[in-house]
Ligand binder design. Structure first.
Ligand SMILES: *Cc1c(COP(=O)(O)O)cnc(C)c1O
Length: 247
């Protein structure tokens, strides 16, 4: 094709092709990193699910990911997530809400989220349960654990994790998936994920089916996998760097 002709008529199709190739390349790279991390510690690749974190990205990126076989989608802001989930309702996707959650957003989040990763207080358990029952839904809940003392990042204190896990299993309309954490800034992630693994083990002793360990992002997915992550939440390495101020 002549470059000039293409330039005069670039077309949305062509742009989409370029984006699809970019995302496919990111996905291949992330997949290879996950596989290598599993191999390094003798884990089966099938034990780790990739959640594509699509916050700040257009719905079209999610559509492309779905075409490439990624079915688990993570979002952290209700308004944006609700809109995307509505637009893509025809696709069979699993929506993971991974952001901090205010109780006044619970009604909306329960409408589209399949799993909420940021359950970190009893009040939130109660609110999600009430809404799940009202909407006739069953919502997976992960207890988010704070691995440092920074309250701004959310998460329950390690001492409160078992009680919260019990609360989830007793609440109507909820199922306990397991635990979630974000590695603290400025600490070796392996050390933090080792603490997470201990807590995950203790939760599983009480609740054997709560096997999910949501940990690991673009920078630290290998360390998370080494310490038992079953779900890695990856944005940047898959879709490129997010702009600091978007939408
Ligand atoms: C944004 C986000 C991610 C993905 O982070 P990247 O570094 O872009 O891979 C994972 N988990 C949570 C909770 C997030 O908010």
């Amino acid at each position: 094709m002549f470059a000039r002709a293409a330039g005069q008529n670039p077309g949305i199709e062509r742009e989409r092709h370029v984006r699809r190739d970019e995302i496919a390349a990111g996905l291949a790279e992330v997949d290879a990193r996950i596989a290598a991390a599993c191999r390094a510690v003798g884990r089966d690749r099938g034990e780790v699910t990739l959640i594509a974190v699509t916050k700040t990205r257009p719905a079209e990126d999610v559509r492309i990911l779905a075409e490439l076989g990624v079915r688990d989608i993570g979002e952290n802001r209700d308004q944006e997530a609700a809109q995307k989930a509505r637009e893509l309702a025809g696709l069979s996707l699993t929506w993971h809400f991974v952001g901090q959650l205010q109780t006044n957003k619970v009604r909306s989040v329960v409408e589209y989220a399949d799993v909420i990763h940021s359950v970190d207080r009893v009040r939130l358990v109660e609110a999600i349960s009430r809404e799940a029952v009202r909407q006739g839904r069953r919502i997976g809940c992960l207890v988010q654990i704070a691995l440092d003392d920074d309250p701004a990042r959310g998460g329950a204190r390690p001492a409160d994790v078992l009680e919260l896990a019990d609360e989830v299993t007793l609440a109507e309309g909820l199922w306990l998936g397991g635990v979630m954490a974000v590695a603290p800034l400025g600490e070796d992630p392996a050390k933090a994920f080792a603490r997470l693994r201990d807590l995950a083990t203790r939760v599983q002793e009480q609740h054997p089916r709560a096997t999910m360990v949501s940990a690991g992002m673009s920078e630290d997915l290998a360390e998370a996998i080494a310490f038992g992550a079953t779900h890695v939440r990856v944005g940047t390495a898959l879709l490129g760097r997010r702009k600091p101020f978007v939408r």
